[in-house]
Design a protein around this ligand. Structure first.
Ligand code: B16
Ligand code: MG
Length: 213
């Protein structure tokens, strides 16, 4: 029933949230701002600058200029990029790879719809540099999730209508973005627990049933 599947990256195809956490934590510690894993959970699917604003909710020092904020976000990103060098094809689970291959073998187009500006680098590290039929990411959008832009651009790159594409997400804001764009949404992780999808899956491989039946 679907012609394509559009996957969120972080939390769906790979798990770089711990690297995001450690980088934000270092930036926050250096600035003297309290930060923990509960706050980090709120950053899932959220763009870098919007994430910074959430981290700065606990900041009570002198007002920061836009330039200083960009510096802080750059500092976090440099730390994060450094840790991404550890990422390798071994970090791509057999469950994810086998499921992707099965969906492709069934004739589905496969795309990425991620808020991350580091998408190309991450896919390269995972050995998926040339795997997807379309990659829409933080570099080609002006509005981040829950705005549907990143998924609409992915569908456009594929030349398909949203109703023919299934979005796969781990964040509630991402599931909302999918619905706002007119897509059906299958969720894993947090978003699945929250019941945010049309399908709330217990594992990635359940996509075979969802997409192929
Ligand atoms: P970057 P996704 C999102 O990726 C992450 O979940 C989120 O934590 C991050 O802030 C955002 O990408 C931007 O990432 O700083 O690399 O541009 O879940 O949309 O694949
Ligand atoms: Mg995600």
């Amino acid at each position: 029933k679907y012609k394509a599947i559009i996957f969120d990256l972080d939390g769906v195809i790979c798990f770089t949230d711990e690297y995001h956490y450690l980088a934000w934590k270092k930036m926050a510690d250096d600035l003297g701002v309290y930060f923990d894993r509960t706050i980090n959970n709120r950053l899932r699917g959220v763009s870098r600058m919007e994430s910074l604003e959430i981290v700065l909710e606990r900041y009570d020092g002198p007002a920061l200029t836009q330039e200083q904020k960009v510096e802080l976000a750059t500092k976090k990103n440099d730390l994060y990029r450094e840790s991404l060098h550890q990422l390798s094809p071994a970090d791509l689970s057999a469950e994810v790879k086998d499921t992707l291959d099965a969906l492709r073998a069934a004739g589905l187009k496969l795309a990425i719809g991620s808020s991350s500006k580091n998408t190309a680098f991450i896919l390269g590290q995972l050995g998926l540099g040339n795997y997807f039929d379309a990659v829409s990411d933080g570099n080609n959008i002006t509005n981040s999730k829950p705005d549907p832009e990143v998924f609409l651009k992915a569908a456009e790159m594929l030349g398909l209508d949203p109703k023919d594409c299934l979005v796969v997400e781990d964040a509630v804001s991402g599931a909302q973005a999918g619905h706002a764009g007119g897509f059906e949404v299958a969720c894993v992780g947090d978003a699945s627990k929250a019941g945010a999808g049309d399908y709330n899956m217990g594992s990635f491989q359940e996509l075979r049933q969802v997409a192929l039946n």
